[in-house]
Design a protein around this ligand. Structure first.
Ligand code: ZN
Length: 121
């Protein structure tokens, strides 16, 4: 694969501070989209038809749409505030929730205004 096909797009707070990056790489059969680690690493390879709307939203900095694809893609984002916060601004904790298969643990975070969201499960 050719590194010239790699596109890096910064994720910023409303006041312009960079909180992380997305890397989009064209690979055989589609695109691999990965981001700066935040609790976990995130990387997904999708066929072009599925990847394109997500890539378009990332390029437009349309973070609300990106978050709706999968909240784990965009852990900096608070959907209630509709803004990104840097990782250090989130109060993070391990959470235990019950689902039909039993106890599942994950990470949740609280934004500076106190909204709670899952970061990773
Ligand atoms: Zn919030």
């Amino acid at each position: 694969m050719n590194d010239s096909k790699l596109v890096t797009i910064a994720v910023r707070t409303r006041d312009g501070k960079r909180v992380g990056d997305f890397e989009i790489r064209e690979v055989e059969g589609g695109f691999t989209i990965s981001r700066t680690p935040f609790v976990n690493h995130f990387s997904v390879t999708l066929p072009p038809a599925e990847a394109q709307p997500l890539i378009d939203a990332i390029k437009r900095n349309d973070w609300h749409t990106v978050n709706e694809f999968d909240p784990e893609i965009l852990p900096w984002y608070c959907p209630e505030c509709r803004r990104n916060y840097r990782e250090q601004a989130w109060r993070k904790g391990l959470s235990m929730t019950v689902d039909p298969d039993g106890w599942v643990d994950g990470f949740h975070g609280r934004c500076p205004r106190g909204h709670r969201r899952m970061i990773a499960d």
